[in-house]
Design a protein around this ligand. Structure first.
Ligand SMILES: Nc1ncnc2c1ncn2[C@@H]1O[C@H](COP(=O)(O)OP(=O)(O)OP(=O)(O)O)[C@@H](O)[C@H]1O
Length: 246
C-alpha cells in the first residue's frame, strides 16, 4: 500500500512484521476513521495478534504503527489513544462497578466529582443505572459486558478495540449487545475494530472487513463486497451459509 493511500488513516500499519511461535505475521493496512471494521478470519489466522499490535501488547519486529497520525511504535498500551474490551477479564472481581469503571478514567482512582458523574452517566447509558455499588460477581454475563462498555465509554478515546466481546454470551444477548455497540459507535463516532470469527457479527456490525489468513491480510473491503463471496475460497469457507455466491 502506498503512503499516499494512508493520508486520512486513523490507524496505519506500514510493513509490520512479527514472528510468534512458528507463525509469521505481515500487515500493511490503513483504517479510515469513524467506522466499525471487523477483523475476521479462521481460528489462528492472527486476529488477536493484529489487535495486540495496535493496542501495544505486541511489538513489531520491523515496520511502524501510526495512530491518529502519530508514530506509536514501541509505545506501551497506556500511552496509545485506544480503549479495549475483551471477551472476559474485563472487570476486577473485588471492586464494585463504580471503581472498575473509574479505573478507565484514572488508574490511580483520583476521581473528581465530574469523573464520578461521568461514571454514573456511562452506567446509565449502557442500561446499568444505579449499579455503582454492585460487584461483578452479582451481575449476569450480559451485564458484565455492558459494564465493560461503560468503562470504554468513560475513557473517551478515538479508537475502540474489541476482541470477541460477545463470545461468552448466548445468541439473544449477542444481538442486543450488538445493537448497543452500534448505537454507542454512532453516538461517539469512534473508530471501532472488532475481532470476530462469526460471519453474523460481520454482517450486523461492520462497514468494512479485514479478513486474515495465516498471518496476512487476504482481503480488506466493504462488508457488502465481503459477503458477496467474490473473494478467495478461504472467505467462502469462513462465510458458510452467509456465502451468497449461489
Ligand atoms: N505469544 C505467542 N507465542 C507463540 N505463538 C503465538 C503467540 N500468540 C499467537 N501465537 C500463534 O499465532 C497464531 C495466531 O494467533 P492469534 O491468537 O492471533 O489468532 P486468532 O485469529 O486470534 O485465533 P482465535 O480465533 O483462535 O483466537 C496461532 O497459531 C497462535 O498459536
Amino acid at each position: 500500500m502506498r503512503d499516499s493511500d494512508k493520508t486520512d488513516a486513523i490507524i496505519a500499519l506500514d510493513d509490520v512484521t512479527l514472528r510468534l511461535g512458528g507463525q509469521d505475521f505481515a500487515f500493511d493496512l490503513s483504517v479510515t476513521p469513524g467506522k466499525m471494521t471487523a477483523i475476521a478470519g479462521m481460528s489462528g489466522s492472527g486476529k488477536s495478534t493484529l489487535l495486540n499490535l495496535i493496542a501495544g501488547f505486541e511489538q513489531p519486529e520491523t515496520g511502524r504503527i501510526r495512530i491518529c497520525g502519530k508514530d506509536v511504535t514501541g509505545l506501551p498500551p497506556a500511552a496509545r489513544p485506544v480503549s479495549l474490551v475483551f471477551q472476559d477479564h474485563n472487570l476486577f472481581a473485588h471492586l464494585d462497578l463504580a471503581t472498575n469503571i473509574g479505573l478507565g478514567i484514572d488508574p490511580s482512582l483520583r476521581l473528581t466529582a465530574e469523573d464520578k458523574q461521568a461514571v454514573s452517566q456511562a452506567l446509565q447509558r449502557v442500561g446499568l443505572a444505579g449499579f455503582e455499588k454492585r460487584k461483578p460477581s452479582t451481575l449476569s454475563g450480559g451485564e458484565r459486558q455492558r459494564a465493560a462498555f461503560a468503562r470504554a465509554l468513560v475513557r473517551r478515546k478515538p479508537i475502540l478495540l474489541l476482541d470477541e466481546p460477545f463470545a461468552a454470551l448466548d445468541p439473544g444477548l449477542r444481538a442486543s449487545m450488538a445493537d448497543l455497540l452500534i448505537e454507542l459507535q454512532r453516538e461517539t463516532r469512534q473508530s471501532v475494530l472488532i475481532v470476530t470469527h462469526d460471519p453474523q457479527d460481520v454482517q450486523r456490525l461492520a462497514e468494512d472487513v479485514l479478513f486474515l489468513d495465516q498471518g496476512k491480510i487476504l482481503m480488506h473491503c466493504n462488508t457488502k463486497r465481503f459477503l458477496s463471496g467474490e473473494g478467495p475460497a478461504a472467505i467462502a469457507t469462513f462465510l458458510g451459509p452467509y456465502h451468497r455466491r449461489d
